[in-house]
Write a protein that binds this ligand. Structure first.
Ligand SMILES: Nc1nc2c(ncn2[C@@H]2O[C@H](COP(=O)(O)OP(=O)(O)OP(=O)(O)O)[C@@H](O)[C@H]2O)c(=O)[nH]1
Ligand SMILES: [Mg+2]
Ligand SMILES: [Zn+2]
Length: 365
C-alpha cells in the first residue's frame, strides 16, 4: 500500500482495532467537517474513495460530550458508501492527539478542534494581529494536545525593517519555535515545505486573515482553498474559510486548514459577556413591544426596526443569534449531564433499598 493512501494512519498503532472490524466495515479519515456532516476518505484504498457520513444514532446516544464525537482528523469506523448517500460513523478510533479549546469557565466542556494532529502551526501575520498573550494560550492548548507546536510569522513581505523582524522572531521564540514566511514573495517557503513530514498531519490555526489558506495553496501550487482579499475584511471578522478540511500534499505531508480564531474564542464567553459584546442589541431589545421578543417578525420589534432604517447591521443580529445558539447548546449539554447524575443517584438509592429489603427477607424481625 502506498504511504499516501494511509492518510496519516499508523497501522501499528491501530493494529488491534483494525483486526476487529467486521468484513463490511472500513476505516476512513475525517477530511472535512461541516456542522454535522463529515467528509470521509477511506484508508488503504487505491482510489480516491470519499463520501459523506454522520454519527450513528448509537454513537450519538453514547457520546458523553462533544469530545466523543468525530472531529476533523479522526479515524473512524464506517461502511463504504456512494457519492449520494450519507453513511453511518459507528465509532471513533482512539486518538493519538487531540487539540482542544479549553474554557476559563470550568463548567463548560472542552471543545475538540482536531484529532490525530502531529504538529500545530500557530499562524500570525507580521503586519497586524501580533499578540503575545494569545501565543501563550496557544502554547498551553498545544502542550495539552500531545502535538508539537510552532509559530509561523506570515506576510514577511509587508515588513521592511529587518531589525524589527529579528526582534519579533526572538520574542516569539521564547514561547514557541518560530519561522518567518511570505506566501507572496516566497521567503522561507521552500524550507518550510521541506520541514513538513510525509504521512504526518499539520494543522494551521490563527486569526482570520493571517494567510492560512493562502499558505496552504502555495504549498499545493494551486488555488484550491478559498481565500479572501484583505480589503474584504471589514473589521467584523468575516471568515474566508468556514470549515475545517484536510488536504494531502504531493510530498505526502497532510495539512489541515481551519477557520479564523473567532470561532475559537466563542468558548470563553458566558451570558454576561454576550450581553456586553452585543450591548447595542441588548439596549434596543428594551424597546421591543414584547419582553420575550425573538427579534424575528414580532410586531413592534425595535431590533428589526433598527435594521430596517440602517442603524444596525443585519449580520450583527445574525452573529448574536449564532452565539446565543451555541451557548444554549452547551447549556443543554450541562443539563443532560446533571440529569444523568440524578439518575445515577436514584439508581444507587434504589439499589440500597433493594438490598435492605433482601436482608430483611432473610432476617425477619
Ligand atoms: N502581503 C501578503 N498578503 C498575504 C500573504 N498571505 C496571504 N495574504 C493575504 O491575506 C489575505 C487573507 O488570506 P487568507 O489566506 O484568506 O487568510 P486566512 O488565514 O485563511 O483567513 P480565514 O480563512 O478567514 O481564517 C488575502 O488577501 C491574502 O492574499 C502574504 O504572504 N503577504
Ligand atoms: Mg482561510
Ligand atoms: Zn425584538
Amino acid at each position: 500500500v502506498l504511504r499516501s493512501n494511509l492518510l496519516g494512519f499508523d497501522s501499528d498503532y491501530y493494529r488491534t482495532y483494525y483486526d476487529q472490524l467486521d468484513s463490511d466495515q472500513i476505516v476512513a479519515r475525517v477530511i472535512e467537517q461541516q456542522k454535522n456532516s463529515f467528509r470521509l476518505k477511506a484508508i488503504h484504498s487505491p482510489t480516491a474513495t470519499e463520501w459523506w457520513g454522520a454519527p450513528s444514532g448509537r454513537l450519538l446516544r453514547e457520546a458523553r460530550d462533544a469530545a466523543q464525537l468525530p472531529v476533523i482528523g479522526d479515524f473512524v469506523v464506517t461502511a463504504p458508501g456512494t457519492e449520494n448517500d450519507r453513511v453511518q460513523i459507528f465509532a471513533v478510533l482512539p486518538r493519538k492527539t487531540l487539540l482542544v479549546r479549553r474554557s476559563v469557565h470550568s463548567e463548560h466542556e472542552p471543545q475538540p478542534l482536531a484529532a490525530n494532529v502531529d504538529h500545530v502551526f500557530v499562524v500570525t501575520s507580521l503586519n497586524q494581529d501580533f499578540n503575545l498573550n494569545r501565543l501563550h494560550r496557544y502554547q498551553t492548548i498545544i502542550k495539552q494536545s500531545g502535538a508539537e507546536g510552532s509559530v509561523l510569522l506570515t506576510k514577511a513581505d509587508l515588513e521592511n525593517d529587518s531589525n524589527r523582524l529579528a526582534r519579533i522572531l526572538e520574542t516569539v521564540q521564547t514561547i514557541l519555535p518560530a519561522r518567518i514566511l511570505s506566501s507572496y514573495s516566497g521567503v522561507g517557503i521552500d524550507e518550510f515545505a521541506q520541514s513538513l513530514a510525509p504521512n504526518k498531519s499539520h494543522i494551521f490555526v490563527g486569526s482570520s486573515g493571517v494567510g492560512k489558506s493562502t499558505l496552504i495553496n502555495r504549498l499545493l501550487g494551486e488555488e484550491r482553498l478559498v481565500t479572501r482579499s484583505i480589503r474584504e475584511y471589514d473589521g467584523r471578522g468575516r471568515h474566508a474559510t468556514t470549515f475545517r478540511s484536510l488536504t494531502l500534499l504531493a510530498s505526502g505531508a497532510i495539512v489541515i486548514d481551519s477557520p479564523g480564531i473567532r470561532e475559537l474564542s466563542l468558548w470563553d464567553i458566558d451570558d454576561g459577556d454576550l450581553e456586553d459584546t452585543f450591548k447595542d442589541i441588548g439596549q434596543l431589545a428594551h424597546s421591543c413591544k414584547y419582553r420575550n421578543c425573538a427579534h424575528e417578525s414580532e410586531p413592534g420589534c425595535a431590533v428589526q426596526q433598527a435594521i430596517e432604517v440602517g442603524l444596525l447591521e443585519a449580520s450583527r443580529l445574525k452573529s448574536y443569534r449564532k452565539l446565543q445558539k451555541e451557548m444554549r447548546f452547551y447549556e443543554r449539554q450541562e443539563d443532560k449531564k446533571a440529569q444523568l447524575k440524578e439518575k445515577e443517584r436514584w439508581k444507587t438509592i434504589s439499589k440500597a433499598a433493594k438490598k435492605i429489603a433482601k436482608i430483611k427477607r432473610h432476617y425477619p424481625e
